[in-house]
Design a binder for this molecule. Structure first.
Ligand SMILES: Cc1cc2nc3c(=O)[nH]c(=O)nc-3n(C[C@H](O)[C@H](O)[C@H](O)COP(=O)(O)OP(=O)(O)OC[C@H]3O[C@@H](n4cnc5c(N)ncnc54)[C@H](O)[C@@H]3O)c2cc1C
Length: 441
């Protein structure tokens, strides 16, 4: 019997494999598909690279820098958007960001147009709202939040209601950022988590690797001592408990033909829907997104900035010209993405009501102030389970859970952490560390 298996080769599974490797433990990793990286991946269309939905690797994410060696991190050749976001409001364009880190934004912040969209007073109120969360120097570990702080957690909508930030600024700045980065259209997210996401935007920059997000997954999956089994879907998990350490085990049934493999310990790092099926648990709500990828012959954005809709006139969560920071995505052309968020709560836009491609193209053109008629559609990705909803209640549940089940199986994946790249990596590390406590015995 081998000692440890990992089920799922997304970021959580790969982080778990790296953590085991660092502790000198060999393992087998079963991945259902033919690719590692899970939800973080890229596709190629001739010389065009598109990511699997618009994804950003915040340049500050602490877990990324901890899990990759400095040499690996620099090999990613991270390309950053400007440290700020452009919001298109009914009054005009405004720039949200830290003028100290991106001084070129300062002039933009002080324009009459920007000030009528979002007052300096409201920018300060938003900063006060973030408050002491700004002291965060690391990943947001839900289990490290004190009970008293967690008891004061509330939805981001309620928290902003209390903050003194005017309705106008919420509509122009806070709400579009929640929609762009959390796919949250009705303010349901835990305020503690939402503030941490705002902090990541102030500390780091939205970024992508020069050759696509798939490069991050490829790099992460270069791990010695791991036996990767690809196209190996685990269809059943059975835990056999025993007080005798030598007797207990976990059986994994694989594929249609029911081949069974036995391990002493297993790390389950699959999406929450699959986890719920395998462990006979209930899954909670997810938010989805649809990203449209277009090619333009002309530059689309004046500056390398992500644009959000603060006017409420379109359902777009974000628009960005990816080639403005990473030209290798589409050599000699201009690759632009538009993303729509859906699902999560009954009040949100639902999948059945998503706009058609022609409308998306028009909305993108309107937000960017360009004619989008001539753009060529490369592809579109619709992903219904992009993020689990992290409400205050779910944050409390995740904080209190023991990731080790029956002393044999540890669960990982963003559903057990924050729904971010940083959270996926931390959840994998945590599950592996829980198993390492036993394997040495
Ligand atoms: C479009 C999109 C955009 C995003 N944008 C951002 C962003 O900008 N910033 C950010 O921080 N986060 C972002 N995220 C979130 C983040 O990328 C994901 O939450 C994270 O990558 C999830 O990692 P995971 O390992 O938990 O799950 P997954 O990536 O889903 O990995 C699970 C793996 O398990 C495999 N698997 C499933 N079932 C089985 C089975 N039965 N047997 C074996 N293997 C199985 C799957 O094939 C997959 O490889 C985005 C997510 C999406 C989808």
């Amino acid at each position: 019997m081998s000692d440890v298996a990992i089920v799922g080769g997304g970021l959580a599974g790969l982080a778990a494999a790296r953590t085991l490797r660092n502790a000198g433990i060999r393992c087998t990793l079963f991945e259902a598909s033919d690719k590692l990286g899970g939800r973080v991946n890229s596709e190629r269309f001739d010389d065009i690279t598109v990511d699997y939905g618009f994804q950003l690797l915040n340049s500050w994410y602490p877990a990324v820098k901890e899990i990759l060696s400095p040499g690996e991190y620099s090999a990613l050749n991270i390309r950053s958007f400007e440290a700020g976001i452009q919001t298109v409001t009914a009054e005009g364009r405004a720039f949200l960001g830290d003028p100290v880190r991106s001084p070129r934004l300062l002039g933009k912040l002080l324009t009459k147009e920007a000030r009528s969209a979002i007052s300096i007073r409201d920018m300060l109120a938003l900063r006060r709202w973030i408050g002491t969360e700004m002291n965060h120097r690391s990943s947001l570990e839900l289990r490290n939040i004190s009970d008293s702080r967690r008891n004061r957690d509330m939805s981001v909508a309620q928290s902003l209601d209390k903050s003194g930030v005017t309705r106008q600024t919420r509509a122009a700045a806070a709400n579009p950022l929640l929609r762009a980065f959390l796919l949250d259209t009705d303010g349901e997210t835990s305020a503690i988590f939402a503030k941490w996401v705002f902090v990541t935007l102030l500390r780091g920059s939205p970024a992508i690797p020069a050759q696509g997000m798939g490069d991050f997954s490829s790099l992460l999956s270069r791990i010695s001592g791991v036996n990767f089994e690809m196209n190996a879907e685990v269809t059943r998990v059975h835990i056999e408990e025993s007080t005798d350490l030598e007797e207990g085990h976990v059986d994994l049934e694989l594929g249609e033909h029911g081949r069974t493999e036995r391990f002493r310990y297993v790390i389950l790092a699959v999406p929450q829907g699959v986890e719920a099926q395998l462990l006979n648990r209930s899954a909670s709500a997810c938010r989805g997104l649809e990203t449209f990828w277009f090619l333009s012959d002309e530059p689309v954005c004046e500056r390398p900035l992500i644009t959000v809709d603060g006017s409420g006139r379109t359902p777009l969560a974000s628009v960005a010209e990816v080639t403005s920071v990473a030209p290798n995505y589409a050599p000699k052309r201009h690759l632009v993405q538009g993303t729509v968020a859906f699902g999560g709560t009954p009040k949100a836009l639902q999948e059945r009501d998503l706009p058609a491609e022609s409308e998306i193209r028009r909305f993108m053109g309107e937000l960017l102030g360009v004619d989008a008629n001539g753009w060529e559609l490369v592809t579109r990705h619709r992903i219904s389970d992009a993020h689990p909803v992290l409400s205050p209640r779910r944050a409390t549940r995740a904080a209190n859970e023991d990731v080790l089940i029956q002393g044999r199986l540890a669960v990982a994946g963003v559903q057990h952490a924050t729904p971010t790249i940083d959270g996926a990596l931390r959840s994998g590390q945590r599950a592996a560390n829980r198993i390492i406590e036993f394997v040495g015995d």
